[in-house]
Design a protein around this ligand. Sequence first.
Ligand SMILES: Cc1cc2nc3c(=O)[nH]c(=O)nc-3n(C[C@H](O)[C@H](O)[C@H](O)COP(=O)(O)OP(=O)(O)OC[C@H]3O[C@@H](n4cnc5c(N)ncnc54)[C@H](O)[C@@H]3O)c2cc1C
Length: 226
Amino acid sequence: FVGCSCASDHVFHHKSTPQINGCFEMTTNNNNIDVSSDYNDETKKKQVQHKEDLGLQTFGPSISNLKPYDPSQEPIFPPDLQVNHQKYHGKSLKFVGTTVTWLQPSSLDELIQLKTRFPTAKLVVGNTEIGVETKFKNMNYPLLISTTNVPELQAVSVSDQGITVGATVTLSQMNAELKKVISSWPEHKTRVLSAIVEMLQWFAGNQIRNVASLSGNIMTASPYQI
Ligand SMILES: Cc1cc2nc3c(=O)[nH]c(=O)nc-3n(C[C@H](O)[C@H](O)[C@H](O)COP(=O)(O)OP(=O)(O)OC[C@H]3O[C@@H](n4cnc5c(N)ncnc54)[C@H](O)[C@@H]3O)c2cc1C
């Protein structure tokens, strides 16, 4: 990332994707996984099984383009964000890429203003559904508005009336909060919550649950997309 104009907004211009190349390198090994492996050969069968375990089967066609793993390389996190994360904490950010602009407002007012100004912009939280849509379903969202930095949407609040889950609360956060409620409320009041906690352990994996939101899941309404 290069460039940062520091008024109230911080603007990053995306120039290259070293961190993405880095991730690709971390997910492969010297034996280069061959996606055209067939199931007749025992060795290849094991390789394919291994890919399935890693979830790489989903990303089939692009795997053949991956570089071999180089242990001397580390995935690169944008250095400016790493060094200055305190400076950007709670600030409104704008990332400008070649095909996508990413806005990250820092208050509900600002979010509403942006959505009013750009009604066709796509809201994004964990990007676990939108990422799949853009990468594998040829969907194109030139303007994304991330809601993860909006304090009003980050909380889980519990009252006698029920539980309110903010639209950017991750599934992992929600899981932890529901477990607290289950341990302190009478059993007959928490059966639905227990069912949600039980279900969440079958939902994707930790990496996805750590970023994916309930709002993103409701709006996706898989398999019947809204
Ligand atoms: C490997 C993998 C495994 C998965 N496993 C499962 C699974 O087991 N079960 C399952 O149901 N899903 C699964 N998913 C799908 C996805 O992870 C979930 O639907 C997740 O909850 C989406 O949340 P998100 O925050 O990432 O949504 P995003 O991708 O950020 O957004 C999804 C949609 O919600 C909309 N949206 C988000 N927030 C709002 C808001 N506040 N107001 C209006 N619209 C909003 C977005 O505009 C977008 O259309 C999986 C995905 C992956 C990649």
